[in-house]
Design a protein around this ligand. Sequence first.
Ligand code: GLN
Length: 201
Amino acid sequence: MARIGMTRIGVLALQGDFLEHRQMLERVSIPAVEVRKPQQLDEVDGLIIPGGESTTIGKLLVAYGLLHPLRERIAAGWPVWGTCAGAILLARDIGGLDQPLLATMDIVVRRNAFGRQADSFEVDLDVPRLGALPVRAIFIRAPRIIAAGTGVEVLARLADGTIAAARQGRLLATAFHPELTPDTRFHRYFAEQVVGGAAER
Ligand code: GLN
């Protein structure tokens, strides 16, 4: 649906911390729509898949008839940002686990791969695309992005080299949760650079 002016971003609202994403979008004055039905995909220009439990979100994508419409849109160049569980759903390879996936982004992830001690942690990340100020990144039972294809731009790495944020065309993946800090730069980046850049591609 073509709309003049304002970009509208959907937040997949089946499970997980979709409310926090919606609030972040509202804070930067981007109209946000909670998406639960396939027809709602027509009302938005891109979609955020929140953190939560990727197995549950995947099963609900199937149950709500959203998996295939979303895959088709992504194949046609639609912008989608997956945070944490959302990044798992985007990944083409999660190590052979049997769970429904979109499997559209050329990243390889391993679920819950930071080990028990470090199930959850916070760290300052350099994200040059977002400016000089580091991003405070909260990892909660996060996936490890262990590899990325040649078409993928790595946006941030942990000190040990692990990929923490990446972009492939109009797909964005963060292993951490920008929606849980006051820093709105990732939401602006998605809205402006990924979603808003539609006309230039
Ligand atoms: N551990 C979750 C999973 O594997 C992801 C955690 C999160 O989204 N914070 O699906």
